[in-house]
Design a protein around this ligand. Sequence first.
Ligand code: SF4
Ligand code: SF4
Length: 436
Amino acid sequence: MFNDPCLEPLFPRRHVEELQTSLGNKTLYNSVSACNRCGICAAVCPTYQLYHQENFSPRGRNQILRLCLEGKIKLNKENRVLREALISCTLCGRCNEACAAQVPTAEHVLEMRRALGLRVLPRLLQSFLQLRDHKPRLFSTLTRTALILRRLWVVKIAWLFQITHLPGLTWINHLDDVLPARIIPLAKVLAKANVQANQENPELIYLPSLEAEFILPNIALATLRLAQKKYRTETWQNTATGLFSYVYGDLRQSRKMLRKLLARHAKTGNGKRPLLTDSVDVYLFLKRAPQLFSGRKLWQERAQNLAQNLLFVTDIFPTDSDDKIPSTPGSVQLERSALFERQGPAFEKAEKILTTLFGKNFVKCFYTDADTPAFGYTFVAPKNATRMSLKTVEKIARLQTQQVVTLSGLAALELAYVLKKFYPAAQATHFVHVNR
Ligand code: SF4
Ligand code: SF4
């Protein structure tokens, strides 16, 4: 019997055995081989648009992987061209949307990164963020301490003494540019608004994203308010989903985190309780979680069950007339920044709701337009991120949009930063805030 080639036969657990694609489950080799090299995707790939080189196109990335799997070229971490081709990919999934064969290039890129053991984020930042998976309490304490120190001007003092100019620490300056000036702890925000995080006899579990819990607590407040209109809600704070490890590190760790979440979900309300997220990245990742457990029946069933019970904020958004926006604040558009995919129910529902709320003031954009690379891409490839963000700003300015709605807190944060810098006439808002 013919066995599909595996990138690392000695370490198969670093890889996804069967990818969940729009055309059914496929082995990596079959998925990569579905690329017929037509090149249509190049027109929408932000990195190809910057470099105009084959290695930076989805087709190029797929061909590198196919040749590696066929043993025709060796995966080599020292190969600069290969490293750059892999690290530069934003994982945006625009290519998947444009491709007639629906080839999931972003997933292929992740498999290549895992095979090479590429460390993508700055080491200190990566280690710090990994604590959320390994030691969630320590992560939480350190984050709160870091936010207090920031309020005490420690970052500015470190910058004055050029400490943050040292190699490996320069990202701290950028972090200070992106984060809001004052960050109030979630518990205080909820207490001030008189909103309870956990209600009796809950019917829904709210899983705040990392940004909603630590950096932008108003997202968690708005989501809880929305959720509590329909459901008695409980909040699972400081719960890692495994997304971070899936994208930046280690698949084994990602599975470990997912198992914790799946076991907790299976024990709660007979595994039938709906689970709500405010981040489209988390939503898309959890929807494809079953692919991480092929051959492990119990976990795969649990992952499928969780995926079926998963809700995005657009699913609980009120559609009755009382909740319409009383006056429209100029034109509005939806930013499709996301990991892996830029289409599907979450985007369709958001677009429908925004059309209802804002009528003619909602401006639809074609998918070939630019969008902000999110999920930490600024730290991975800062120059690319700035050039891509400028294209986004051009698009927003061209359409004279005043409000740009995103489906993830991190995308809202990144976009707010570039708008403030280059086009302050427009503002970025997370979707949950349009209901104000
Ligand atoms: S990924 Fe799809 S669109 Fe791009 S070259 Fe391959 S088949 Fe064509
Ligand atoms: S995921 Fe985005 S950046 Fe990566 S190859 Fe596809 S279009 Fe290009």
